[in-house]
Design a protein around this ligand. Structure first.
Ligand SMILES: Cc1cc2nc3c(=O)[nH]c(=O)nc-3n(C[C@H](O)[C@H](O)[C@H](O)COP(=O)(O)OP(=O)(O)OC[C@H]3O[C@@H](n4cnc5c(N)ncnc54)[C@H](O)[C@@H]3O)c2cc1C
Length: 312
């Protein structure tokens, strides 16, 4: 069922925000639409108005800005691989982008849409009649979490693949709303609450992602999924070490928000793995069991450490 009654094509950020204010939260911004439209067809997305932002040129472009590389929110996932700075300094972002969905999806999907794509759960990403038949869940009009057998919290998972890659490389996000421009560490926008997974204002437009230049990142990226194409993640692991030996782990697919652990390359690896598993509130809401995904965190992190800090 497609519920929107209105379609608005905005040509500037200002205009898009004005339209958002005018539609009083009953709207959705539309970028590539590969997430929004699927949710609309499944009846999970019911806003009355779509504000198309794809013609806003301010949201495009990849260029150095001070000590950072600015990537416009509308940049297409498939095209990141053509940028020489991304290739040289942030190649893990290309790996992550090329692991998303399928070639067709990646040719439409944007990086802004990817870090903001809706959390997922086996009991939520179903048709309207399926969800009705189980009495709905916390994320869609129900009053308990079905996946956990009745908890009063939602564990739908962050499934973005570029988010952990960006976070492990200390990315920042910039967004604009009626009050002005805001910029913060990317991981700070995720709440950990599956019902409302992000804390940026509803009217805000994400304009850019910023990656810090000259950090000399060494990286390791792994993704667990049932098939090598089309499939959402069951666990994405992105680990970096920079030239000052700072280590950063970011995981998606195992919690409503990214699991982020920071340390030094010389830190006790078993302890880092334990911390990552403890922070991951995975539940049985995925094709793979909670137990298996938690075990795979250990497997992927061990593999990452052996790439980033090979035994002498
Ligand atoms: C079959 C299939 C497989 C998929 N596999 C994967 C996968 O493996 N990994 C993965 O990460 N994703 C996957 N996806 C989800 C989706 O395709 C991607 O997350 C994609 O990057 C979303 O980008 P988009 O531009 O299409 O976003 P849209 O669908 O346009 O938007 C997504 C969300 O972000 C908001 N939004 C978008 N841009 C902005 C902006 N600039 N400012 C404010 N809000 C904005 C929208 O309002 C919406 O809430 C898959 C989707 C499908 C259908």
């Amino acid at each position: 069922m497609i519920a929107e009654k209105k379609y608005i094509l905005a040509t500037t950020v200002q205009e898009a925000i004005e339209q958002a204010v005018a539609n009083k939260e009953n709207f959705k911004y539309l970028a590539g639409g590969t997430d929004v439209m699927v949710n609309k067809f499944q009846g999970n997305e019911t806003s009355g108005c779509l504000i198309d932002i794809t013609k806003i040129t301010e949201l495009k472009g990849i260029a150095k800005q001070g000590d950072f590389l600015r990537i416009g929110a509308l940049e297409i996932l498939e095209e990141l691989k053509f940028n020489s700075i991304i290739k040289d300094e942030f190649s893990m972002l290309i790996e992550a982008a090329l692991s998303v969905g399928s070639p067709l999806i990646r040719k439409t999907a944007t990086i802004g849409g990817n870090v903001l794509c809706e959390n997922r759960c086996l009991f939520y990403n179903q048709s309207e009649w399926w969800r009705e038949s189980i009495g709905y869940c916390l994320k869609c009009d129900g009053d308990i979490c079905i996946a956990t057998g009745g908890k009063n919290a939602c564990f739908s998972e962050l499934v973005s693949d570029t988010a952990p890659a960006l976070i492990a490389m200390d990315a920042e996000i910039e967004y604009v709303d009626e009050k002005g421009t805001h910029r913060q560490k990317l991981e700070k926008i995720y709440t950990g609450d599956g019902v409302k997974p992000r804390n940026i204002p509803k009217n805000a437009i994400v304009t850019s992602l910023f990656l810090p230049l000259n950090r000399g990142f060494k990286t390791a990226f792994f993704k667990l999924r049932e098939r090598e194409s089309l499939e959402f993640t069951s666990l994405t692991s992105a680990v970096t070490v920079d030239k000052k030996c700072k280590l950063k782990i970011a995981l998606s697919g195992v919690d409503p928000k990214p699991v982020v652990i920071e340390g030094k390359i010389e830190d006790d690896k078993d302890l880092l793995i334990k911390k990552a598993i403890k922070a991951s509130r995975a539940v049985d809401n995925d094709m793979y069991s909670r137990k298996y995904r938690r075990e795979m965190i250990s497997v992927y992190l061990q593999k990452s450490f052996s790439i980033l800090n090979p035994p002498k």
